[in-house]
Design a protein. Structure first.
Length: 167
């Protein structure tokens, strides 16, 4: 029988939704895209969605359709897996995800025709999971730099002073 009393020597943690709980890092997973490797990118997203530590990271999945539209995507790894007879594909939703394009803005937004833009909030890290042209060639990284995000191939993160590179 143990002599240690429960909680006597352990710090109690606040529940995740408690105001004093540390804020999770918000990660925008970016996948799909205009290349012929669209399905491979989606399958990569399935693996990341399955593996990422949800106690530490708040995930915002954003898919790029084969035509180049950025849309909110299902946060469901099974939806993006390659299965017998089906390749995953990001489909248009009628809503577009828009990055901030001004240095004083940090909120990602969703635009739908005839509606007021909806704020998704600030994103700390953009994790591009794109394969092939438009993904591995620096095109998306350049776009993120225009959105005030200096990025490496792996990811970019927003710090208090702006966007900075991480590897």
């Amino acid at each position: 029988m143990s002599s240690e009393q429960p909680s006597q020597h352990r710090a109690e943690q606040a529940p995740a939704d408690h105001p004093s709980a540390p804020r999770k890092v918000r990660v925008l997973l970016l996948f799909g895209g205009r290349s012929g490797e669209h399905a491979i990118s989606a399958a990569t997203a399935a693996g990341v969605l399955r593996a990422i530590d949800r106690t530490r990271y708040d995930v915002v999945p954003v898919g790029i359709t084969p035509d180049g539209a950025w849309v909110l995507a299902a946060d469901d790894p099974a939806r993006w897996e390659i299965t017998a007879g089906r390749l995953p594909r990001v489909e248009p939703t009628g809503e577009d995800v828009v990055l901030p394009l001004a240095t004083d803005r940090r909120d990602v937004r969703v635009l739908a025709p005839g509606e007021i833009p909806r704020e998704l909030g600030e994103v700390d890290v953009v994790f591009p999971l794109l394969h092939g042209p438009y993904g591995e060639d620096g095109t998306v990284q350049g776009l993120l730099e225009l959105a005030t995000c200096a990025t490496s191939v792996r990811a970019c993160s927003r710090r208090r002073s702006g966007w900075t590179s991480t590897s």
